[in-house]
Design a protein around this ligand. Structure first.
Ligand code: MG
Length: 323
């Protein structure tokens, strides 16, 4: 074995998430090799000649060393995919080993933010690309910072077949006023983005299409009923889908960065950084924009139907009367 190959084997490690029963089995299985480790969060540790095993309070088990994959395979069954951070997920029954298949993932962002657009991205990761995408560091985007996602997104966009759609606030307010619910807006965008990706893929077909679930299946397809082309085949829904396949995690990062980029643009227009979410800070900034730039300007960068519009108005009125 050459030096590099040797090093790669030595460095191999694997994390599994086990339930309480599996953990008990694992701990008794390695009882003979038990060692004492006083690190935070560690509930059990064992050392084999070629593998170190560490069990954390969270139920995660880290296998390190040249025997890591062999030992992990004793515990890492197909069902673990569903247990991975998703014990309270909702949605379809998923095929085993979904995380290793060729999947189009889709996810949206911005729906809970008063300022800024709604963005949706769909993204295809073939079975052969999964390792590469993991190599780029893609995980559940909720664990990642905005700054980090901005760094990773260009690589993902350059590597993966994807589609990203941004509904500007003007457009959003217009269709919302026509009576479209957020659910309908999201359903149409997901369907559209997935359609684009399938078209770009040409003859290649995904094993599955996994949508980070925001509505029940019947509700989703009901929103799409007047669409000409509805993607139904191999569509799966799951909450926390970003933990189930890297395609959804990648889509989530791409959507998030599209949201951030539009927020950057709007912040320039507003003359100040726009806060995310829909909390009191958002009301403060919105009131300030009302006073300095006027109502039309505020509308052009917000989701008008949110309660924040009225709250900002009241704050602005108060400030005006104090003058
Ligand atoms: Mg989502």
């Amino acid at each position: 074995m050459n030096k590099l190959a040797e090093r790669m084997v030595t460095l191999s490690n694997k994390v599994c998430l086990l339930n309480a029963q599996q953990l008990q089995q694992l701990i008794s299985y390695y009882a003979q090799a038990k060692i004492t480790r006083n690190a935070a969060g560690v509930v059990f540790a064992a050392k084999l000649p070629d593998t170190a095993i560490t069990v954390y309070q969270s139920g995660k088990v880290l296998f390190q060393g040249s025997g890591a994959l062999r030992e992990a395979a004793r515990w890492d069954t197909g069902e673990l995919v569903e247990n991975k951070n998703t014990s309270n997920r909702k949605g379809d029954t998923l095929p085993p080993h979904l995380d290793q298949l060729s999947v189009i993932g889709s996810d949206e962002t911005g729906t809970g933010d008063f300022f800024g657009p709604v963005t949706v991205a769909a993204c295809y990761v073939s079975a052969e690309q999964i390792e590469l995408v993991r190599e780029l560091g893609v995980k559940d985007s909720k664990q990642l910072t905005d700054a980090w996602m901005r760094k990773v997104a260009p690589d993902l966009k350059a590597t993966l077949t994807h589609s990203v759609l941004t509904v500007t606030n003007e457009k959003y307010n217009e269709i919302q006023a026509r009576g479209w619910s957020q659910g309908k807006i999201k359903a149409l965008l997901h369907n559209q983005a997935i359609k684009h990706v399938l078209r770009k893929m040409g003859n290649e077909q995904p094993d599955y299409i996994l949508i980070d679930q925001f509505a029940e299946r019947t509700v989703y397809f009901n929103h799409l009923k007047s669409e000409q082309e509805i993607i139904r085949q191999h569509v799966l829904f799951s909450t926390k889908a970003e933990n189930l396949h890297v395609a959804v995690a990648a889509a989530s990062i791409i959507a998030r960065v599209a949201f951030l980029e539009e927020m950057d643009r709007l912040s320039l227009v507003a003359g100040q950084p726009l806060p995310k979410g829909a909390g009191p800070k958002v009301d403060e900034v919105a009131a300030h924009i009302l006073l300095t730039k006027g109502e039309a300007a505020l509308q052009s960068m917000t989701k008008k139907h949110f309660a924040n519009t009225k709250k900002a108005q009241r704050l602005a009125d108060k400030k005006r009367s104090k003058k």
